[in-house]
Design a protein around this ligand. Sequence first.
Ligand code: SAM
Length: 247
Amino acid sequence: MHRFFVDRSQVEKEKIVILGSDVNHIRNVLRMKIGDQIQISDGSNQVWLCQIVQMENDKIETEILSVEESFAELPAKIYLFQGIPKGDKMEWIIQKAVELGVYAIVPMRTNRVVVKLDKEKEQSKRNRWNKIAESAAKQSGRTVIPEVLPIMGLEEVCHFVKEFECKMIPYECTNEKGVGRTRKLVEKIQPKDRVGVLIGPEGGFEKEEVEIALQNGIEAVSLGKRILRTETAGMIALGMIMLFLEE
Ligand code: SAM
């Protein structure tokens, strides 16, 4: 069943009004009619089953039939700081990270990122990336739409995660400590914690960058004894966290 996201202000006692681009999507792309049913979420863990009762050009009125609690969200907020990869890999990373329960994705600029994005290009990329996040959230039954935040440099990321309860930089040169240490770090994550995961681009992190992260309380962890592609690494890290958090 199709799921749509609204702002809390659009939820009334017995009805929910749909506005914006979803109106056109429902009317002209999905060609839905009065009487059809859809699911609506407002970013909380509630999901309403609704029936379309009125369709206008700029809004669609639905009647609330029932409401249920959804447990699709992880209890902690995981932020993926992704070294901007080449080509359109970022789109794949965003889609999979949303399926895996990520809370937000931050494109990260580090020394070995080769992609150059000026302000205008960054904005158009972010618009596209956020559309991908929204469609992945709908497909995977999320009750929130993870946001792709503005690009940050490593120093900004270190500042951003300062108060996070858990922050890690997967670094393939820490293998001597193995995944046992990673498991210990992940097991400590509690509901409502904010978790930061920093993943390098194809060329990885420079040693100095890892040093800066360590000086800011970000722990270097191993994701195993093999070198993972940048698009694989974030997914493994999210999977490890999800394994302990999902229940
Ligand atoms: N140095 C790598 C190489 O020799 O190909 C390049 C970096 S790897 C393609 C991209 C990122 O994935 C790394 O910066 C790191 O964040 C993460 N990564 C890959 N394999 C890892 C591992 N075994 N343990 C921890 N992190 C890993």
